[in-house]
Design a protein. Structure first.
Length: 513
């Protein structure tokens, strides 16, 4: 999956789009409110009746890595459509893909954290009886830290897309290879499903919080969860509580639980059901939800969230002021782990986020888009629409939680982008076995705070450290000007200095050149 946003900061015209390898994709302009959605749909043959005949149900869904969880990949179409609709005719698709083709052919040294998760997800696939294709192995082993990994098959895939556009992916050799590997593993995607994939227009969503406006992806993406949480938190004196104090983390955790409950209950394909976005984002509704929070007692039960991760995020701002907020994701490491022959990529399992409950708005159905987790973001000034920052925090259902925490670190606690990303986080996670919310607390939060949270009824896991810190997301931020620091802003309010930060929980960096 891919998500991306574009902003031209000289004229303050903002275009916001998200593209996916199989997920939500949209483009947005303040002047035209035009958005482009390329989210992949379920196969036409995938019905609740079919799943029932195969022995699957809400309580016994297909295994996470099953081919039935593959939805139509949407990224390739989105790249092509985005360039056609919003490109300046300076670069062709071939020009844009050339660096990726060269990297895939020549290879690159694998970094430490990437090597760790590569091996972890390979073991997860093996435990599920799956074999990852040789395209992703070196001498039948996952690459180690420092080994050079190349993927010539992926280079050939990009070359075909560069030459033939969407038809190079959704028809011909690549499409046939996708259908072949899925059908051999009991999936139901057809050549027609691929050929019929289209992009559609959607409307981006936002909420205002203390003078700023946060823009997120609309359903079927989960960006609305971050907006709901911010609306709830607006009812509390966050800054006065102090950063990562017991009271702050308690209120934060409770607001996140409520926002995730709402999102999991209502978020679905807007072409199939009416998602009450306006009602969910109303300030009156958030005030009502805030009344459910008890200052001294944690809520434990809720709808809960599925598991999943493996998303890549980057943000770029160029010398003209164009900003790009971009996400790629396979979900659950390598997705299904199914690799179409000679293509160099694995197929995602985003359909795992469908419900098999026929009464749920997000139930599986032909050509439906499932609940999606990826969510790039943009922050603007509420009054002038001036770009304040392009940012994102990857990590499945941690993403809205990361967006809120990083943003509040800057808005409420005066941190610059790097400080905001470095600060320890929490992650509210639902345990399906006990049907209870757990509160994972990162190392760096004081022991006394963790103990006090436990005394308020939270089921606390502390300290989470090492590679396990990946569960708290991996974010990147580029901000325009020091708007979080009144002293710096007053010194030179017109300065367009770019401030950047890169998450220490991932292999990444902030560069200026």
């Amino acid at each position: 999956m891919t998500c991306l946003s574009y902003v031209h900061t000289d004229s303050w015209e903002c275009k916001f789009w998200e593209s996916p390898v199989c997920v939500l994709s949209f483009c947005f302009s303040f002047s035209s409110s035009l958005s482009l959605s390329c989210s992949g749909r379920a196969p036409r043959a995938l019905t609740l009746d079919l799943l029932g005949e195969l022995g699957f149900s809400e309580n016994k869904p297909p295994p996470a890595f099953h081919a039935l969880n593959v939805t139509v990949p949407g990224a390739a179409a989105c790249w092509c459509d985005t360039i056609q609709l919003f490109g300046g005719n300076k670069l062709s698709l071939g020009d844009i893909l050339h660096p990726a083709i060269e990297l895939a052919e020549r290879g690159f040294p694998v970094t430490e954290i990437t090597a760790h998760h590569w091996a972890k997800w390979l073991k997860a696939l093996e435990a599920a009886g799956k074999e990852l294709g040789g395209d992703f192995l070196i001498n039948n082993q996952p690459p180690k830290h420092g080994q050079v990994f190349s993927n010539p098959a992926l280079a050939r895939t990009f070359q075909e897309v560069a030459r033939h556009g969407k038809a190079g992916f959704y028809e011909g050799r690549i499409a046939e290879a996708i259908v072949d590997v899925i059908s051999r593993n009991d999936g139901v995607i057809s050549l027609e499903d691929l050929k019929n994939h289209t992009s559609t227009e959607v409307t981006p969503i936002f909420t205002d919080y203390k003078g700023v406006r946060l823009w997120e992806c609309p359903p079927n993406g989960q960006g609305i969860a971050a907006l709901i949480a911010l609306n709830i938190l607006e009812n509390f004196p966050i800054k006065d509580m102090g950063h990562n104090t017991t009271s702050y983390l308690h209120i934060l955790a409770e607001a996140l639980k409520l926002s995730l409950d709402d999102t999991l209950h209502f978020c679905a394909d807007p072409d199939e059901v009416k998602v009450p976005v306006e009602g969910l984002l109303s300030k009156d509704y958030s005030h009502q939800r805030a009344q459910l929070i008890h200052m001294q007692k944690a809520s434990v039960n809720g709808h809960g969230t599925p598991t999943g991760s493996d998303t890549v995020y980057f943000s770029v701002v160029d010398k003209e002021g164009n900003a790009c907020s971009f996400v790629n994701s396979n979900y659950m490491g390598f997705g299904t782990g199914l690799v179409p022959e000679g293509c160099g990529f694995s197929l995602q399992n985003r359909g795992a986020n469908f419900s098999l409950d026929s009464s749920h708005v997000n139930h599986v159905g032909p050509e439906k888009r499932p609940y999606h987790t990826i969510m790039p973001a943009m922050l603007t000034d509420r009054t002038s629409s001036r770009l304040l920052c392009s940012f994102g925090v990857m990590g499945a259902f941690m993403q809205p939680q990361g967006h809120v925490q990083v943003l509040l670190n800057m808005l409420e606690f005066g941190m610059n982008p790097q400080e905001a990303l470095d600060a320890p986080r929490i992650f509210v996670q639902y345990d399906k076995t006990s049907r209870e919310w757990h509160l994972n607390v990162e190392a760096g939060v004081e022991q006394g705070v963790a103990e006090e949270l436990q005394s308020r009824g939270h089921i606390v896991r502390w300290p989470v450290s090492g590679h396990d810190r990946a569960q708290f997301g991996r974010g990147q931020v580029i901000a325009v000007g020091a708007w979080w620091d009144p002293a710096l802003t007053q010194c030179d309010p017109a300065a367009r200095v770019l401030w950047a930060g890169s998450d220490p929980r991932a292999d990444g960096c902030a560069l200026g050149y």
